[in-house]
Design a protein around this ligand. Structure first.
Ligand code: ADE
Ligand code: ZN
Length: 339
């Protein structure tokens, strides 16, 4: 397939995005607007200067700047503006359903009330559904560099808002913070009926993926790159059709891979794993979901069938009902057949 035809296919296919940190969609231009509106000092003079600072050698390099960027988010209107801007951008990429991560501890630690964060995001999600036709789930992540007691307190904070929060996840600095550290809080989240997912195998070893499955009982693995190092784990992931939310441009920018050709997407497809393509933190990594599709599909010379499979996986791996999945899958197939 030539490049133009491949890109046209990517653009026309409906898709879901399952791995998107809403704070990671804060574009430098909005960073300046919110900093001025809220009287927050930021150590940059222009959006170009901010972008030039986005050079990372590993996950921690990025996280340091990501937590700094969040400091401009203070009011419900800020969280609304951030979220609606992401939804407009996702709409342009033919995204029909989003499952958004939020890091409440990144905000409550700065004195921003939990209700302000969830309220602003939820208002934008409702508008996105009504005006853009994008359905949503909201997943709050526990910061794994903090203690399990702090995660428990965050779950307590969430109790009044469980009508707006659909699941819990686990993110931030992976190495040295294995999933097992959060077994009890994930167990309580499961008892509350929340969906479960966790970042694992981005920088951490295959054992962390194993722990996320067997000790946290997650329904999805976020990233999962390093699972490929363990054949028994690959067999398990294939047999159980566990969804993996891979983020190609993130992997490149965080030096998880050296070149886009090294993306795990091809090997995962070949092993029959349920891999999806996502943007992670698009404002920091140079692209939204279709940019990620184009980059990985071009580098790996993905076929029509493989690109369609990735879009189908994004719906089958979503926290949607079987009827909703079937409706989206029919639309993917209709778009795939259209020329
Ligand atoms: N927080 C935001 N993006 C992340 C990533 N890719 N890995 C871990 N924590 C994150
Ligand atoms: Zn992530």
């Amino acid at each position: 397939m030539d490049t133009a035809a491949r890109h046209a296919l990517i653009e026309r296919l409906p898709k879901a995005e399952l791995h998107l940190h809403i704070e990671g969609s804060l574009e430098p231009e909005m960073l300046f607007v919110l900093a001025a509106r809220n009287g927050v000092n930021i150590p940059f003079k222009s959006a170009d200067e901010v972008r030039a600072a986005y050079r990372f050698s590993n996950l921690q390099d990025f996280l340091d700047i990501y937590y700094q960027g969040m400091s401009v988010l203070l009011t419900g209107q800020d969280f609304y503006d951030l979220t609606i801007a992401y939804l407009e951008r996702a709409h342009a990429d033919n995204v029909r359903h989003v499952e958004i991560f939020v890091d409440p501890q990144g905000h409550t630690a700065r004195g921003v009330p939990f209700a302000t964060v969830i309220g602003g995001i939820a208002r934008a999600l409702d508008e996105g559904q009504a005006r853009l036709g994008i359905t949503h789930r909201l997943i709050m992540c526990f910061l794994r560099h903090l203690s399990e007691e702090e995660a428990e307190a965050t779950l307590d904070d969430a109790l009044p808002y469980l009508d707006r929060i659909d699941g819990v996840g686990l993110d931030s600095s992976e190495l040295g913070h294995p999933p097992s550290k959060f077994a009890r809080v994930f167990e309580r989240a499961r008892e509350l009926g929340l969906h479960l997912t966790a970042h694992a195998g981005e920088e951490g070893p295959p054992a962390y993926v194993h722990e996320a499955i067997h000790e946290l009982h997650v329904e999805r693995i976020d990233h999962g790159n390093r699972a490929l190092e363990d054949p028994a784990l690959v067999h398990h992931l294939a047999r159980d059709q566990m969804t993996l939310t891979v983020c190609p441009l993130s992997n490149l920018r965080l030096c998880v891979i050296g070149r886009m050709d090294d993306s795990p997407v091809r090997a995962m497809l070949e092993h029959g794993l349920k891999v999806t393509v996502n943007s992670d933190d698009p404002a920091y990594f140079g692209g939204y979901v279709n940019d990620n599709f184009r980059a990985v599909a071009d580098a790996l010379d993905l076929s029509t069938e493989e690109i369609v499979q990735l879009c189908e996986n994004s719906f089958t791996g979503a926290f949607l009902s079987e009827a909703e999945k079937a409706r989206h899958l029919a639309e993917v197939r209709a778009a795939a057949g259209a020329t």
